[in-house]
Design a protein around this ligand. Sequence first.
Ligand SMILES: Nc1ncnc2c1ncn2[C@@H]1O[C@H](COP(=O)(O)OP(=O)(O)O)[C@@H](O)[C@H]1O
Ligand SMILES: [Mg+2]
Length: 218
Amino acid sequence: MIQAFHVYKQYDRESMALSDITLHVAKGDFCFLTGPSGAGKTTFLKLVFREELPSQGQILVGGRNITAIPQGQIPELRRSVGVVFQDFKLLKRKTILENVAFVPRILGVPAREQKRRAFASLRSVGLHHKMHAYPLQLSGGEQQRVAIARALINEPMLLLADEPTGNLDPEMAQEIMRLFLEVNARGTTVLVATHDRDMIQRMGKRVIALDRGRVVSG
Ligand SMILES: Nc1ncnc2c1ncn2[C@@H]1O[C@H](COP(=O)(O)OP(=O)(O)O)[C@@H](O)[C@H]1O
Ligand SMILES: [Mg+2]
């Protein structure tokens, strides 16, 4: 699902965010990306999502070389990859349903279809009964589940999560992990960046460890 070949990323002259990253995440895998702050976890996810381009090297996602695709094909890539962040990034003045329907709306999907898909996605995270609430009326864990529903709305082949439990207490973090396991069981490849060693240990999944921009294990 993700194949990286000798990937380097340099933001500025002084330091290298990623150095010679070669790794493979198979279709259907559930995998953690770990390492201390500044190790390059977020940078790697941004490259996979084509939010940044590598300075050198190639990245294939779902068999397509995303470092070489034309600008016009980026939206299609983004539709097939869901992304979840630490801070949820929900729109405070929109309802839960509107937040989840946001992506199909900007893609020009008809209103009824937007709602149908958003409802189905909210149901898959167990929050359809709160669809008319606003983000701040929900707990942190629930807000993250809404963000996951939004990321899943196009039934992506790949789900990327960047420190998704960083703002949550351990119980809520567990719940989010359970949800990721369910998503993975339905066939989506999952890559979670986190520095939470306890959580990684509890999960017993494959771990790719980065340190100062290099793969040190995994
Ligand atoms: N937009 C940016 N501009 C310059 N340097 C950056 C930028 N983003 C990240 N970096 C640097 O790249 C390195 C890796 O950062 P990051 O990928 O955010 O690591 P992590 O997510 O593991 O904490 C750090 O040294 C960081 O300061
Ligand atoms: Mg980070």
